[in-house]
Ligand binder design. Sequence first.
Ligand SMILES: [Zn+2]
Ligand SMILES: [Zn+2]
Ligand SMILES: [Zn+2]
Length: 168
Amino acid sequence: MPDRRPPDDHDHASCIEDALSEAEAVCAERGARLTDLRRRVLELVWTSHEPVGAYDILSRLGGDGRRAAPPTVYRALEFLLENGLVHRIESLNAFVGCPSPKAPHSGQFLLCTGCGTATELTDGAIQSAVSDAASRAGFRTGHVTLEIKGLCRHCAGTAAAKPRAHAH
Ligand SMILES: [Zn+2]
Ligand SMILES: [Zn+2]
Ligand SMILES: [Zn+2]
């Protein structure tokens, strides 16, 4: 396992709290039922900003002393996906919580190869550039998810610090 540190010091407990209360609001608005299991799965996805696979969610649930059958967890994830509460990162076959699930959108993700965190962008200009370019090619876009790999501010800063130190 590489040394993985959070990209920024921040109050992650409040990220989780915000995500859960957003989820409750979104579900209430849509008449969708955020059951205990769905809520717990969402909370587990929000353990960090690092995308998490279904298998890891299952084992974290096991740590709760709750034995959830895999299909139950997959259905919970499916529910969270359908309601835009989580996004799937295809290249990692993993899930990450959406910080702004109220308005449906397709995700654009900055994936840090250093610490593994995913940062979501919701840039309308990128969205329309993609669909314009596609329609010029006669292609009608369906589901669009952009996954951009690189280094987050924290990891890029750590990498840049070394050559600077040599320059002195
Ligand atoms: Zn956080
Ligand atoms: Zn999102
Ligand atoms: Zn990073």
